[in-house]
Design a protein around this ligand. Sequence first.
Ligand code: Q46
Ligand code: ZN
Ligand code: ZN
Length: 304
Amino acid sequence: MRCKFCEKPAFIKLHYPKMYLCEEHFKEYFERKVKRTIERYKMLKPDEKVLVVVSGGKDSAVTAYILKKLGYNIECLHINLGIGEYSEKSEEYAKKQCEALEVPLHIVRVKELFGKGIGEVRTRRPTCSYCGLTKRYIFNKFAYDNGFDAVATGHNLDDEASFIFSNMMHWNTQYLAKQGPVTPAQFNGKLVKKVKPLYEVTEREVVAYALANGIEYMMEECPYARGATTLEYKAILNEMEEKRPGTKINFVKGFLRKKHLFEAELHETELRECKVCGMPSSGEICSFCRFWGLKEPIDFKLHL
Ligand code: Q46
Ligand code: ZN
Ligand code: ZN
């Protein structure tokens, strides 16, 4: 098969819209799509300072790569979760990716902060739950302490579609109301703006883009990800996508059109300052400080 736009052999067959593209035209297509997503949802202004959270995996590596290529002012943050060999390898990949891109990489290591890695804490809370809490707090606080205007994460269309799908199955309207491609800054900027530039590209397209650009990334999954129900939802959506191309994007766009229905149900909890760290919290002490038993805030400010 030949590319739709030139004589070269096809590198990929896209299912929606259906077309064959050579490597060069696929890169162009992918970059245009991400650029349009950023513009459509008014994610970033050209002069904003953006912190990209890089895990070592493909999605965040592609996010950093494409934001740099589109001319944004980016720096990267890797959070080493302290999950044995998995975390050591992840950090190595993050370093390699940022070196290749020539962008500054900052590293925060959970074990250095608390003496324990994720998975080593004796708690009734599920591992992924406190891991997520820890990551979200660290990247937000790091961005806030260092004056970043936005935090970019690597969530792709498959992640978003499966998140919406699973939360609809459980009618978690509170979560659904807060879901979207952009979360604006809140609480006097203490909650930094969050953006998802890969919101409208599929996982398959991200893999192909990484391959086309020689981006190396960590393929192993976190040991705690095994058996996660998100993977089941992804598999169901993939099956539907195969039968009816466009299912995922139409589902996510339809959700965004109807999101106001969920927002109407949102019980806005009044946020106040955490007594320990001063960051926004629904209780006296925020869940991060409570979970890690902090007595003093962690200062992530870089002293350059
Ligand atoms: S939440 Fe859970 Fe992930 Fe943390 S413990 Fe691993 S699987 S890394 S996205
Ligand atoms: Zn071509
Ligand atoms: Zn706190």
